[in-house]
Design a protein around this ligand. Structure first.
Ligand code: DON
Length: 569
């Protein structure tokens, strides 16, 4: 796995910039921009990117690398990387075939629509966010195996080996990870006691070695036996027991019945030459992204329009309109009819934005405006990969909140998700991302909760152009939207397109969220005069993306907002 390699010029220097060759990995760097003519991996952690690159160098394809990155993230990025969560994968082969893999969690069979309500019909705070009842049936292990079975080239065990070694020998945690582990210490102890690898007597600091022997043991089991023990054997039993001990309702049969599913990707054309390939329900990502781009097409931009009040106002109104549809119509298509064709119909989208008023904000109907809770931070993770044949993979995977439900499966060394909070616990009552939903996203046994994750691949003139995605809950969709606009309409260099400030509107609450330096005070005042209200947030999104230039050169860009790292070959 992690081999010795040359020093590179680091943008963000973490410890010393050389690999250690044996024992715990102590030294590595985060590279924020990489250029390559061959292959690229961009992920949330340098060690995960290195794991993917190692697989590519050994002859693996993009799917092989994605599996290696996924399992490595489960070790080195435990806030979001996971065995106990789920996610989505978009794959475009070098020949232009497109696939979407859904390994989203499902509601357990004992789940029911009012499971988070008290006798008066009110949502019981916290129940869908922490502890056993918050846990959906995990899909990641099944998803990775499904991808491997259909498209993998290398042996399954070889793909898990980098993660296994990192878990067994340990690695030096980043200062950011140390900070997170310290700030979640009380939660970890409250749910799990002190005997988990993430709790120690003194505070964590950057450079401390984190070893995860139980997780190494689990990875070893998966390497030799595949996903069987996770869904039909001792690990499944243990997950169910742990969840039930924490008040939850997952049964071993829920794991037995879990399936990762291939779905038809959402596709739409933007400005004639671009084709967007993104995730269908149970994600809202593909539909909302295509809706936003479809509405955007009614106008043309010049690069200098980006900072104009009218442009910002217009983009906010576009976002608002799409999120209104999200709340009303979107849910798991295996349970509810999602009128995809109607939602993406060009005439519908033109009509939808036709009431745009350049002089004032359109107030979101405030009748269902609930109490808005800010997301904790970036608890999901996205990675983008292009291999040397030109196959491309975009994967977004999550535990939902940081370290998920905080419930840890001790004997096997991993956290369980709190994805049940992505359902609409009660129509009109916001979840942790302030998102409201309707019947379409109500809880039903076996149903998948609506997601915003938007792993996306973009073609230009039928060739691979961009691989992009991000964490950020509801802001995922608008972050991907802005990276595309920044690149295509505002013609920004790709690194700036990713790194520049972002903003977000999601219909309800009727508020524009923005990063500190996205707007000038004058811009905010002008937009306030149009009727917009603002809320500053430290970060929106952690975009990890790759662009392919016309000459075939790959530029990998890792977000400067996190520990994210691009590795080129
Ligand atoms: O699937 C979703 O939309 C959420 N569970 C994603 C969570 C997320 O991005 C957390 N990061 N802020």
């Amino acid at each position: 796995m992690v081999t010795c390699k040359y020093v590179r010029i680091p943008v963000v220097l973490f410890l010393i910039s050389v690999w250690s060759c044996q024992g715990p990995v102590k030294h590595y760097v985060s590279e924020k921009r990489e250029v390559s003519t061959k292959a690229m991996v961009v992920s949330a952690h340098p060690l995960a990117s290195a794991a993917g690159m190692e697989i590519l160098r050994r002859g693996g394809n993009a799917i092989d690398a994605a599996i290696a990155v996924h399992f490595a993230l489960a070790v080195v990025y435990p806030r979001a990387g996971n065995l106990g969560g789920g996610g989505f994968l978009i794959y475009r082969t070098a020949q232009g075939d497109k696939y979407a893999l859904d390994f989203r969690e499902t509601a357990p069979q004992k789940a029911h629509r009012n499971m988070y309500l008290d006798s008066a019909g009110n949502v019981i705070p916290g129940l869908s966010r922490e502890g056993g009842l918050a846990v959906g049936v995990p899909g990641s292990v099944a998803g990775m195996y499904e991808a491997h079975k259909r498209f993998g080239k290398m042996k399954w065990s070889a793909l898990l080996k980098p993660a296994y070694k990192l878990a067994k020998h340990g690695f030096a945690i980043t200062p950011q990870e140390a900070e997170r582990l310290n700030s979640y210490r009380e939660d970890f102890i409250r749910f799990n006691g002190k005997d988990i690898p993430f709790v120690k007597d003194s505070a964590w600091k950057g450079g401390d070695i984190l070893r995860q022997p139980q997780l190494a043991h689990t990875l070893k089991i998966l390497m030799t036996k595949g996903p069987q023990p996770f869904y039909h054997g001792p690990i499944a039993e243990h997950i169910a027991q742990t969840v039930q001990r924490h008040g939850g309702i997952i049964e071993p049969t829920d794991l037995q019945h879990y399936r990762a599913l291939w779905r038809q990707p959402i596709e739409c054309v933007y400005r004639d030459s671009l084709r967007i390939i993104s995730m269908p329900p149970p994600s809202s990502g593909g539909i909302c992204l295509c809706q936003m781009l479809g509405m955007t097409e009614v106008t043309e931009f010049d690069p200098e329009d980006r900072q104009k009040i009218l442009t910002i106002h217009f983009l906010i109104e576009v976002m608002r309109r799409s999120f209104a549809d999200r709340a009303r119509y979107l849910g798991d298509m295996d349970f509810v009819d999602v009128p995809i064709d109607k939602l993406l119909n060009k005439r519908y989208l033109v009509r939808k934005i036709s009431d745009f008023d350049p002089r004032r904000a359109t107030p979101s109907d405030s009748i269902q405006h609930g109490k808005f809770a800010l997301p904790e931070s970036f608890e999901t993770t996205h990675f983008s990969i292009v291999d040397d044949d030109g196959n491309a993979v975009a994967v977004t995977t999550t535990l939902n909140s940081n370290y998920g439900s905080k419930v840890f499966v001790k004997a096997y060394g991993f956290f369980l998700n709190n994805e049940m909070d992505d359902f609409s616990a009660k129509p009109g009552v916001p979840n942790q991302f302030g998102l409201v939903g309707s019947e379409a996203n109500s809880i039903q046994p076996g149903k998948r909760m609506l997601s915003s994750m938007t792993p996306t691949i973009v073609e230009r003139n039928d060739s691979l152009f961009m691989v992009v995605g991000t964490p950020g809950g509801s802001t995922i969709i608008t972050s991907v939207y802005q990276v595309i606009l920044n690149t295509v309409d505002f013609r920004m260099p790709f690194d700036s397109a990713v790194w520049t400030g972002r903003f977000h509107h999601q219909w309800k609450p009727d508020i524009v969220m923005h990063e500190p330096h996205t707007f000038t005070p004058d811009q905010i005042s002008s937009l306030q005069r149009l009727g917009h209200r603002f809320l500053e947030r430290k970060y929106i999104g952690l975009v990890d993306a790759i662009i392919v230039l016309r000459n075939g050169t790959l530029i990998g860009v890792a977000d400067i907002r996190g520990e994210d790292d691009a590795e080129g070959w």
